[in-house]
Ligand binder design. Sequence first.
Ligand SMILES: *[C@@H]1O[C@H](CO)[C@@H](O)[C@H](O)[C@H]1NC(C)=O
Ligand SMILES: *[C@@H]1O[C@H](CO)[C@@H](O)[C@H](O)[C@H]1NC(C)=O
Ligand SMILES: *[C@@H]1O[C@H](CO)[C@@H](O)[C@H](O)[C@H]1NC(C)=O
Ligand SMILES: *[C@@H]1O[C@H](CO)[C@@H](O)[C@H](O)[C@H]1NC(C)=O
Ligand SMILES: *[C@@H]1O[C@H](CO)[C@@H](O)[C@H](O)[C@H]1NC(C)=O
Ligand SMILES: *[C@@H]1O[C@H](CO)[C@@H](O)[C@H](O)[C@H]1NC(C)=O
Length: 329
Amino acid sequence: MRKAFFTISFLIFLSLPILSLSSPVCNKDDEKVLFKIKESLGNPYHLASWQKSSDCCTWYCIKCDLKTSRIIALTIFQGNISGQIPNAVGDLPFLQTLIFRKLTNLRGTIPLAISKLTHLTLLDLSWTNLTGPVPSFLSKLKNLEYLDLSFNDLTGSIPPELASLTKLEDIHLDRNKLTGVIPDSFGYFKGRTPNLHLSHNQLTGTIPKSLGYLNFSSIDFSRNKLTGDISMFFGPNKTTTFADFSRNSFEFNMSKVVVPASLTWLDLNHNKIFGSLPKPLTGLSLQYLNVSYNKLCGHIPNGGNLQHFTSNEYSHNTCLCGSPLPACK
Ligand SMILES: *[C@@H]1O[C@H](CO)[C@@H](O)[C@H](O)[C@H]1NC(C)=O
Ligand SMILES: *[C@@H]1O[C@H](CO)[C@@H](O)[C@H](O)[C@H]1NC(C)=O
Ligand SMILES: *[C@@H]1O[C@H](CO)[C@@H](O)[C@H](O)[C@H]1NC(C)=O
Ligand SMILES: *[C@@H]1O[C@H](CO)[C@@H](O)[C@H](O)[C@H]1NC(C)=O
Ligand SMILES: *[C@@H]1O[C@H](CO)[C@@H](O)[C@H](O)[C@H]1NC(C)=O
Ligand SMILES: *[C@@H]1O[C@H](CO)[C@@H](O)[C@H](O)[C@H]1NC(C)=O
């Protein structure tokens, strides 16, 4: 028994230097912060591997930088975690990725402490029960490329300051309870033009003309209370591939629209769009088209993919006709 113990201890002793060479060793400041985070979340089972006896770079939900061994990612996903996002997350100064996702017992607001994380490139706080506003202090995260706050209970309006983030590629604010207008500043993103996902909110007002200056590759404004003209999103020089404007109160003459050749997905259902479907729609590689429940009239142009869709995608218009709808009179 004793002999076995010594043998095992000796083997562990031998393997230690190898381990420390091949993997980073936890930074003590980071470790302290992680213990604070664990404690403020009520020491959940999900973080059971966070123990002093092991190197924090090996803990569940953690990623260390291989060279500096500082914590660069904290990814808490789909666990039985309750409480609020701990302020201590702001004290992991080298964090690049912060994910609290699919944690339905996570409550409270997005803490100001997050604005200290200036190295963040990815912030995903989606599918939780967060409340309060989309904070304007997120505009301090100058390196942010991906922002996902979707599927929460966030209220208030969209902070115009987000447009100052020059590296943003994706904004997901969909499936919240946001109100107010889409900010004019969203037509003045410097650097990249991000994909905009704002669907399933209670946004109102018209779309600022400024958004027409940009070249969004993917836009989803569906299921809001937006009004007015959206023809600024179309035009011969745009490279948009995905556009969902469905279930709003948009109102414009479709006949005059020049659809970008790049479009593969166009959903306009449930609006107040009038005029007729432009012939160049037949030149597009459309995978999805839905113009139902509008005020369109005239012939559905014949050709391209337009007859591959069913009558459901054209139904409930004022006087749209021709295949796949009944022939025009
Ligand atoms: C979640 O954790 C709480 C205690 O933190 C416990 O009471 C509850 O049973 C857990 N739920 C599930 C589904 O494991
Ligand atoms: C979180 O939100 C979901 C969906 O809105 C809801 O069904 C659930 O009851 C909420 N949970 C808590 C703890 O509030
Ligand atoms: C959109 O982007 C494409 C490719 O980057 C470019 O060729 C085109 O001129 C742009 N159009 C507008 C309206 O900025
Ligand atoms: C599209 O690009 C062409 C060539 O660069 C330019 O002449 C034209 O004015 C542009 N049209 C629009 C609507 O921006
Ligand atoms: C829509 O625009 C077309 C082409 O400019 C025009 O002929 C038509 O009268 C307009 N429709 C309505 C309802 O204003
Ligand atoms: C098009 O929209 C209508 C109305 O919302 C819906 O009933 C229909 O299923 C949609 N078609 C497709 C293919 O999604």
